[in-house]
Design a protein around this ligand. Structure first.
Ligand code: HEC
Ligand code: HEC
Length: 269
């Protein structure tokens, strides 16, 4: 089948899936907590099977990353022969609540950075070590470990002061129609929440479970890898991981979920 025909078929299927306006579903399930702020964790849009895997500490594969992260935390690396623990002691205390505030403006550079970039900054600035590759297991181990120390705490990013211009940019990106399907994030994650897109329920698109274990890939994924996947699904050109636009988008999305309890490691299909 030619590229164009395949595209048209894909486009028609996606539009048909989105147009199925009456949500013929039972999710989010009746036990979904009703909050004054109207926020619903993506957990409640996952299938009961997937939720059960997330809930079970013996079968949640994300916890392997967290456990490895705890070990890496104490492993010296780089020319300075330091480990994360050399400066941050036991991450359980020093990192409690930290992940909830990312992405955040780095004072030294003035740039908006995500948690993975923050980890690599410490490696380069403070350990004389090489940055870890984006989406690599060691980096995901550390970000999962750090985020896990905020489990149960509310998302709490700051959007004023130096973060304000990044926030505004992120908000514009969230509402901007892109790609061959001419879809904006908001058209799915606000306007079609609860509708089926193929086998999945569209959630509010929150970040409170990230990095998240993706069963389809057999690996954890950062928020940016999820954005790439959403872009691809809507036939828009994905950006590279750590692109400033994705950081701005991440700040805006994290803010939409401010107050939502962190669940890392979440599990998704
Ligand atoms: C065509 C509809 C569609 C569009 C457009 C779309 N997404 Fe998604 N998105 C999905 C689906 C389906 C999922 C998987 C089910 C879920 O968790 O919502 C998802 C999942 C997510 C998640 C993970 C939520 C969780 O709890 O694990 C985030 C974050 C997200 N999208 C962000 C975005 C961003 C940012 C954009 C715009 C760049 C975007 N999406 C555009 C359909 C879409
Ligand atoms: C030599 C000391 C040192 C080492 C080693 C070090 N850090 Fe840091 N870290 C800092 C300092 C100092 C800051 C504050 C920001 C700055 O000055 O760079 C910081 C900030 C952070 C922050 C942000 C805290 C916040 O409140 O936003 C995180 C997360 C972090 N480090 C993680 C790590 C990880 C993970 C490692 C190991 C890979 C590590 N650090 C290794 C000194 C260190």
């Amino acid at each position: 089948m030619g590229v164009m025909r395949r595209f048209l078929r894909h486009a028609a299927m996606l539009l048909a899936a989105l147009a199925a306006a009456t949500p013929a579903f039972a999710d989010p399930p009746p036990e979904t907590p009703v909050r004054d702020d109207g926020l619903i964790s993506g957990y409640w849009f996952a299938s009961p099977e997937t939720r059960a895997i997330q809930d079970d500490e013996f079968s949640n594969p994300g916890l392997l990353y967290v456990d490895r992260g705890a070990l890496r935390w104490r492993e010296p690396d780089g020319a300075a022969e330091k480990s994360c623990a050399s400066c941050h002691d036991d991450g359980v205390e020093t990192m409690a609540g930290v992940g909830a505030t990312y992405p955040k403006v780095d004072e030294a550079s003035g740039a908006l950075i995500n948690l993975g970039e923050r980890v690599n900054m410490c490696r380069v600035r403070h350990m004389d070590a090489k940055p870890l590759e984006t989406e690599s297991e060691p980096l995901l181990d550390l970000t999962a470990y750090i985020m896990h120390q905020s489990q149960g705490m509310p998302m709490a990013v700051t959007i004023d002061g130096p973060a304000a211009p990044f926030f505004e940019h992120g908000q514009a990106l969230y509402n901007q129609r892109v790609g061959q399907m001419d879809l904006a994030c908001t058209m799915c994650h606000d306007q079609r929440v609860g509708h089926y897109l193929r086998a999945e329920h569209i959630s509010q698109g929150h970040l409170n479970g990230f990095p998240t274990y993706m069963m389809r890939w057999g690996t954890m994924a950062s928020p940016h890898r999820r954005f790439q996947f959403c872009n691809e699904q809507a036939r828009a050109e994905p950006l590279p991981i750590n692109h400033p636009d994705y950081n701005a988008l991440e700040l805006y999305i994290a803010w939409r979920g401010n107050g939502l309890e962190i669940e890392t490691p979440a599990v998704r299909r």
